[in-house]
Design a protein around this ligand. Structure first.
Ligand code: CO
Length: 134
């Protein structure tokens, strides 16, 4: 069912410092920050030859990554995103196998304009998984 690794997301406590780290220290191709109010985050994509890194920074009250940053004050890997070709079919298959989908179970539009869903980390070896329809 899952295809390519679309991105690895890293929650960061200081977005400018993280951008500088990837751009100036690691020499990566770093995009411009985008605010995603529906997801409660500001994201910055870093383009690598074989995948992307998504820097996540809290946006607004009750951001879903605030708690994560309280537990991990210097930041850390927040989720990984796999590509799927049909997100609703994938969701139905996963739910039939007992996996929990976060939220109300319907896809939201993610940072790339594609439908995304998140799967409960306790059902996937402690890793928050995002599925993106590509
Ligand atoms: Co993501």
């Amino acid at each position: 069912m899952i295809g390519r690794l679309n991105h690895v997301a890293i929650a960061v406590p200081d977005l400018d410092a993280a951008i500088s780290l990837y751009k100036d220290t690691l020499g990566a191709d770093v995009g411009t920050p985008q605010d995603l109010p529906e997801h409660g985050v500001t994201v910055v994509f870093i383009m690598l030859p074989n995948t992307k890194i998504e820097l996540l920074y809290p946006l607004g009250e009750g951001s879903p990554i605030t708690g994560y940053l309280e537990k991990n004050p210097s930041g850390g890997i927040h989720h990984i995103c796999y590509e799927v070709s049909d997100i609703l079919a994938s969701r139905d298959q996963l739910q039939a196998k007992g996996a929990r989908v976060l939220g109300d179970g319907s896809p939201k539009i993610g940072a790339h304009g594609n439908p995304v869903l998140f799967l409960h980390p306790k059902d996937f070896t402690g890793t928050l998984i995002e599925l993106e329809q590509v």
